[in-house]
Design a protein around this ligand. Structure first.
Ligand SMILES: NC(=O)c1ccc[n+]([C@@H]2O[C@H](COP(=O)([O-])OP(=O)(O)OC[C@H]3O[C@@H](n4cnc5c(N)ncnc54)[C@H](OP(=O)(O)O)[C@@H]3O)[C@@H](O)[C@H]2O)c1
Length: 270
């Protein structure tokens, strides 16, 4: 049975919590609130507006032991293009106030991502990174990566929500034992009042965001919802006292309209 404490085993043997806290555009206090509410996976990135140093303050606060947290950060596109993976990684590590990260991701498949990943493999061997992963990769990015690197990514963090389900990439990742992690699980907020899910919300006495997050969890997809508000931070992890039926799962699957809430990995300009 799923619980807030459930972890998924990664293809390298480490384990990742199934519910994490997304830190984009959140004030530092929200990260502390999330840890106090029981979140252990913190999803941050070096990109502007992501809260890497706030995450570091929360890690250093000692509310919970470092080894009980799962800290994920990401290498930004300009660092990939400028071949400064190693420098960027140590800048992140310093902000995170820790001596290793649990998971380091290529944030977007920018030109140079192969060399970046090769450098990440070295950093992993040196003991600074537990697990290597990627974000916003599609099948052809993986195929290119597999040809030239040796460590299979443990995770692909990619947009997944009722309105956008990239089935081809999801199937490819499952086949290669790469865990899926949904970014923007609520479509950056656009699905929080989704009309089609109101009846399920009433039936289970839950909110639409809770229905969506539960749907993702039942598909073995990790969720990292973000909220700045304490009651929502708590509610977004309160997902374990109900279960969607197969029919309800299929219905939410059917809402896919391939409408992205943010950029396309094959056509981005940052
Ligand atoms: N790898 C990538 O490229 C990438 C891209 C995008 C996102 N991400 C990750 O995914 C995380 C989440 O994505 P996101 O922040 O873009 O969007 P999201 O989690 O899909 O949605 C966040 C929005 O929904 C609102 N919200 C959250 N919980 C709610 C609830 N229970 N009831 C009503 N409204 C609620 C939030 O507002 P309030 O804050 O006002 O509550 C916010 O406006 C990010 O923090 C980041 O870690 C990764």
């Amino acid at each position: 049975m799923l619980s807030f404490q459930t972890k998924i085993k990664l293809n390298d043997g480490y384990e990742i919590p199934i519910v994490g806290f997304g830190t984009i555009r959140v004030p530092d206090e929200a990260i502390i609130m999330a840890i106090e509410a029981g979140y252990r996976l913190l999803d941050t990135a070096s990109m502007y507006k992501y809260n890497e140093s706030g995450t570091g303050d929360a890690v250093a606060s000692g509310i919970v032991k470092r080894e009980d947290l799962f800290v994920c950060t990401k290498l930004w596109t300009t660092d990939i293009r400028e071949r400064r993976t190693r420098e960027a990684f140590f800048e992140s590590l310093k902000k995170l106030k820790t001596d290793y990260v649990d998971l380091y991701l290529i944030h977007w498949p920018a030109e140079g991502f192969i060399e970046a990943y090769q450098e990440m493999e070295k950093l992993q061997k040196e003991g600074y990174i537990r697990s290597l992963g990627v974000s916003n990769f599609r099948k052809h990015h993986f195929e290119e990566l597999f040809e030239k690197t040796s460590v299979i990514p443990v995770v692909n963090e990619m947009e997944t929500n009722p309105g956008f389900q990239d089935l081809e990439t999801m199937e490819f990742c499952r086949k290669h034992n790469i865990v899926l992690e949904a970014s923007a699980p609520l479509g950056e907020g656009r699905y929080v009042n989704m009309e089609e899910l109101q009846s399920y919300a009433r039936k289970y006495n839950k909110s639409v965001p809770q229905i969506i997050l539960r749907w993702l969890l039942q598909k073995d997809i990790i969720v990292v919802p973000k909220s700045t508000k304490k009651e929502r931070i708590i509610a977004n992890a309160d997902l374990f006292d109900f279960e969607l039926s197969e029919e309800e799962m299929n219905y939410i699957d059917s809402l896919n309209r391939m409408e992205r809430s943010y950029a396309d990995p094959d056509n981005f300009n940052f």
